[in-house]
Design a protein around this ligand. Structure first.
Ligand code: PGA
Length: 252
């Protein structure tokens, strides 16, 4: 019943110049030539988008961005618009990553605005949700996930969300080497999927891809992907090296 196509996405955060992105692509693309049954994506820094787009054109690897503003254009110094990302060749955009929530004042309300802007520009939003260690220890995981999903998708109707991807990224697992166990991840993913069903409908819940993120490596990708509600991965550190990211992309 799971007809969801896996998506393995790399989040390069504030790493790699345009030239370094090109060098990565020249090594990575040939390694994943046989990965036709899954979607692959790389989200570099804004300054590397155009250079990477040139390298990825005609390959199965899609381009993504790490953030966007909600207006199409205007006096917003330092921001990048959905229109610019689409013109640069992006298919996906990461929204509401915990590093943006933690360091740059991202709120569930701004996440909802960015998600709407992404969808209107034809970009697939990857909406990031997840609890901190303190929240988990206090038994608050599900209520945090509920808030992130409910408010991040406020005022949407199901038929607007066909391109939506959700990423469950427990904050305590990001960049720490402490991956959630497959059971912890599965439990959170199943919760998110049933929430999508309650908020929208069963059809959308069955179709939406839910990625796991937080210390994904070649060693743990297969066991995570074996879980019924884990449809892919959002990979930080291990996506910076072409060999390790290719091993993840080619999980069996
Ligand atoms: P990590 O980061 O793989 O380095 O833990 C994941 C993320 O922040 O998306």
């Amino acid at each position: 019943m799971t007809a969801r196509r896996p998506l393995i996405a790399g989040n390069w955060k504030m790493f790699k110049t345009g030239a370094e992105a090109v060098e990565f692509a020249r090594r990575f693309v040939p390694l994943v030539a046989g990965a036709g049954d899954r979607d692959l994506m790389i989200a570099p820094a804004f300054t590397a988008l155009e250079a990477l787009a040139g390298e990825l054109k005609g390959t199965p690897v899609a381009l993504g961005a790490q953030n966007l503003h909600w207006e199409l254009e205007g006096p917003f110094t330092g921001e990048i618009s959905p229109r610019m990302l689409a013109a640069a060749g992006c298919r996906y955009v990461i929204i509401g990553h915990s590093e943006r929530r933690q360091h740059f004042g991202e709120t569930n309300e701004s996440v909802a605005r960015r998600t709407r802007a992404a969808l209107q520009a034809g970009l697939a939003p990857i909406l990031c949700v997840g609890e901190t260690e303190t929240e988990r220890n206090a038994g608050g995981t599900f209520s945090v996930l509920d808030k992130h999903v409910r408010k991040g998708l406020k005022n949407f109707v199901a038929n607007e969300l066909g391109a939506l991807v959700i990423a469950y990224e427990p904050v305590w697992a990001i960049g720490t080497g402490r991956t959630a166990t497959r059971d912890q991840a599965q439990e959170a993913h199943a919760f998110i999927r049933s929430l999508v069903s309650n908020l929208f409908n069963a059809e959308l819940a069955g179709a939406v891809r839910i990625l796991y993120g937080g210390s994904v490596k070649p060693e743990n990708i297969s066991e995570l992907m074996a879980m019924p509600d884990i449809d892919g991965a959002l990979v930080g550190g291990a996506s910076l090296n072409p060999d390790s990211f290719a091993k993840i992309a080619l999980f069996a």
